[in-house]
Design a binder for this molecule. Structure first.
Ligand SMILES: Nc1ncnc2c1ncn2[C@@H]1O[C@H](COP(=O)(O)OP(=O)(O)OP(=O)(O)O)[C@@H](O)[C@H]1O
Length: 264
């Protein structure tokens, strides 16, 4: 489903500010794989997400979705296959537009030109049904400006908008990190149910070790631009946070340095 082969990325090459972000990164994900990603500061996690979504081009290597090489396609061209939710609740939605208008934009993703952004009665019914899944009453606030929603409400809407056209790949970029614990838990459980129901192939970066172990069927750990550990479902089930930190230390020869680490 998603195949990343030998992807490398170096920022500011040949300058004092040279930074290695990815070194020959390889990752193969099967359909419906839900992979959590943890790693030290500057390990390359966001760069990996940016290269998959087309925000950045790698210096070398390829990204394939469903066996098609998408490396030459822009972020916009890839958006019909990729849904993404960012850490910042402000990032995934248009604040000056209403919930309904935001939903209409997400709904039109991947549809042909000439598709109207307007919300017809039929579309409005679909939007309401979808919003009901979130269980936070947004279906009764279709005309509310998104900028007036709380961070948790906006993140729930972003998650819905990123997924309701069933993307081939869902990228979750620390999408619960900016929320308070109760809202983070709400978004986490919504994520779990949407991913499970839609069988979405999902890659989720998190700084929450407990969440990384609990969610998904596979866990990868990154350090210095490389995937240094890939834990399959059978091993992940019984893993503890202490064991995970120990594994990191054993492989990388240092303690996990992550200033946003949450042990759970
Ligand atoms: N646009 C950029 N310009 C220059 N250097 C960059 C850029 N983006 C990332 N880097 C550098 O590339 C490396 C990898 O960064 P990246 O943001 O992918 O790491 P990360 O694993 O997401 O880190 P964190 O968990 O701290 O957010 C770091 O050294 C970072 O400073």
């Amino acid at each position: 489903m998603l195949e990343i082969s030998n992807v490398s990325k170096l920022f500011n090459p040949g300058t004092l500010d040279e930074k290695t972000a990815l070194v020959g990164a390889k990752l193969f994900m099967k359909p419906a794989d839900f992979v959590t990603v943890i790693g030290s500061n500057g390990a390359g996690k966001s760069t990996l997400m940016n290269i998959i979504s087309g925000v950045m081009k790698p210096d070398a290597g390829e990204v394939k979705i469903d066996n098609s090489n998408v490396s030459a396609l822009s972020e916009h061209q890839r958006s019909r296959w990729i849904g993404r939710v960012f850490q910042d609740p402000m990032a995934g939605t248009a604040p000056r537009m209403t919930i309904e208008e935001n939903m209409a934009i997400a709904y039109s993703r991947g549809k042909s030109r000439g598709f109207s952004f307007g919300a017809t009665r039929a579309k409005r019914t679909i939007f309401k049904q979808e919003l009901q899944r979130l269980g936070i009453g947004l279906e009764n606030r279709l005309n509310a400006k998104v900028g007036l929603l709380s961070g948790g409400e906006r993140q729930a809407l972003s998650l819905l908008m990123a997924t309701f056209t069933r993307p081939q790949i869902l990228l979750l970029d620390e999408h619960t990190a900016a929320l308070d614990p109760a809202r983070a838990e709400l978004i986490t459980s919504l994520t779990e149910s949407i991913v499970r129901e839609m069988k979405l192939t999902t890659l989720m970066v998190t700084h929450n070790m407990e969440q990384a172990i609990r969610l998904g069927n596979r866990l990868i750990m990154m350090d210095k631009g490389r995937i240094i550990l890939d834990v399959p479902e059978e091993r992940k089930k019984d893993l503890t946070v202490e064991q995970l930190l120990g594994e990191f230390e054993r492989i990388s020869g240092k303690k996990l340095a992550d200033d946003r680490i949450v042990l759970g």
